[in-house]
Write a protein that binds this ligand. Structure first.
Ligand code: NAD
Length: 493
């Protein structure tokens, strides 16, 4: 059975003004049509922004704890619907069920967390320089938030943006990725059921150029929060600059696992396998590089390759499958082109290297887990984000060299070190210029109550999740109250 899905504007499900739709198909089996979604354009963005703008004063006036209660009810619904939501996500995005359950769980955790922020949103009180004067700071919502999200965490990332925006009193227009609109439709339905007033949350599906672009440039959108590629992130930043919009960017990664000569090799191999090939390598935090000390290089590589060869690739709905498909034909072609680049650069192909197109794989975008060995950090496969099941292994002679290799890329999201030596662990933690760091664990796996984001080409100084997310979606107002009953002048110099 297929379904047609509309935009959600001003509390109503409406088709695109043009009446056009686009298809969403299962990347593990393209004969399965997930649904037809509104192929929207600037006129739909216009309506959604107008609805969000009109709803802003009322939503802002609702006490924050009441806004939090609506989110709390949404979290409860997500808990009840978790398995079904995860199945929908596996069908539209391809990652295995354990991972899509984890994705929904992240949305649940974020929704509960931000529901709690309805009763916190703490400001400051400080003593005044003057007698009989009181002063404090309070958070204020900003206005309409335009959210643009990627396909690899189809519900988690939209929730990371939506929930802080809403609990702070902003209204929202979200544009999901065209490969994964169903998970955002599902999330919007949950919030609708939870009692969100009309116009507070709006969703417009469609392409980056026809929906994302007018949304980020719209004069009545005050905040743009974007997660996606660094290339598009740069365009978002440029579009936000003329209007001085709040601009929050979470972009690409080329994350490194550093394996030292005293590491537990069994743990390092497990970490490299799940960090590199989990979610088919399509995570911003994927461990797509492993820098291994030369003393343990041969042993690590042998076990890593054996592990990768043993991974079962297929439809994520099958509980025995460990690695799903690439998201679409274009992404599979990108992976293939990087395999070719790696070969030409002289990297040693240790396993994989080909698309899987026979038997159970015939109707999907599958690629073998692929490992290149003896890589130099200058090779493109070791520097550029591939976003697929390809890992480059780089031999190093010391921790210092591993850190230098780790920091040599344009990105700065996540890094990890495997070592039994606490001095090495702390040195690596301090020296890696990334937003996230792990010890004896892979580069993946974040929790909602710590800030998430990266440095350099990964981010623009903001963070997702935790209280840091509140900074993106609010502004501070400092308030001075004089109860002396006489003219008092603060020091001028
Ligand atoms: P993408 O940049 O192609 O698309 C992201 C979103 O932007 C989509 O909704 C897309 O439709 C929209 N878009 C595309 N072109 C646009 C334009 N010109 N104007 C406005 N919007 C436009 O990225 P993707 O392929 O969906 O996701 C993969 C990328 O996301 C990877 O680089 C990955 O590292 C990154 N990512 C980063 C994080 C993080 O937190 N740092 C998390 C997940 C994914």
């Amino acid at each position: 059975m297929t379904n047609d899905f509309s935009n959600y504007i001003d509390g109503e499900w409406k088709p695109a003004a043009s009446g056009r739709t686009f298809e969403n198909r299962n990347p593990a089996d393209t004969s399965e049509l997930i649904g037809r979604f509104a192929d929207s354009g600037p006129e739909d963005v216009e309506r959604a922004v107008a609805a969000a703008r009109a709803a802003f004063p009322g939503w802002k006036a609702l006490p924050a704890p009441k806004r939090g209660e609506i989110l709390y009810r949404a979290a409860e619904t997500l808990v009840r619907g978790k398995d079904e939501l995860a199945r929908d996500m596996t069908r539209e995005m391809g990652k295995v069920l354990d991972e899509t359950r984890g994705d929904v769980q992240e949305a649940i955790d974020m929704t509960y967390y931000m529901a709690g922020e309805g009763r916190r949103q703490f400001g400051q009180t400080t003593p005044s320089e003057m007698p009989d004067k009181f002063q404090m700071s309070v958070r204020q919502p900003v206005g309409v938030a335009g959210l643009i999200t990627p396909w690899n965490f189809p519900m988690a990332i939209p929730s990371w943006k939506m929930m802080p925006a809403l609990v702070l009193g902003n209204t929202v227009v979200i544009k999901p990725a065209t490969d994964t609109p169903l998970s955002v439709v599902n999330l919007v339905k949950v919030l609708e059921q939870a009692g969100l007033p009309k116009g507070v949350l709006n969703m417009v599906t469609g392409s980056g150029s026809r929906v994302g672009s007018p949304l980020m440039s719209h004069g009545n959108v005050q905040i743009v929060s974007f997660t996606g590629s660094t290339e598009v992130g740069r365009k978002v930043s440029e579009a936000c600059a003329p209007g001085f919009k709040h601009c929050h960017l979470e972009m690409g990664g080329k994350n490194v696992i550093m394996v030292m000569d005293d590491a537990r090799i069994d743990l390092a191999v497990e970490g490299a396998l799940w960090g590199g090939f989990g979610t088919t390598g399509q995570r911003c935090t994927a461990a797509s590089r492993v820098a291994v000390h030369e003393k343990v290089y041969a042993e690590f590589v042998e076990r890593f390759v054996a592990g990768a060869r043993g991974l079962r690739v297929g439809n994520g709905l099958d509980p025995k499958v460990q690695v799903g498909p690439c998201i679409n034909a274009g992404q599979l072609e990108t992976v293939e082109s990087y395999v070719e680049i790696g070969r030409q650069e002289g990297a040693k192909l240790l396993c994989g290297g080909s698309r899987l197109a026979a038997g159970e794989h015939a109707r999907g975008f599958f690629h073998e887990p692929t490992i290149f060995g003896d890589c130099s950090p200058k090779m493109r496969v070791a520097r550029e984000e591939i976003f697929g099941p390809v890992v480059s292994v780089i031999p190093v002679r010391s921790l210092e060299e591993a850190i230098e290799v780790g920091n040599s890329v344009d990105y700065g999201l996540s890094a990890s070190v495997y070592t039994q030596d606490i001095n090495k662990a702390f040195t690596a933690m301090r020296e890696m210029y990334t937003g996230i760091f792990y010890v004896n664990a892979p580069t993946i796996g974040a929790e909602t109550h710590l800030p998430f984001g990266g440095t350099k080409g990964t981010g623009n100084g903001h963070r997702e999740a935790c209280v840091q997310a509140l900074e993106v979606f609010s502004e501070w107002k400092s308030i001075y109250i004089d109860f002396s009953g006489r003219l008092q002048r603060a020091q001028i110099d």
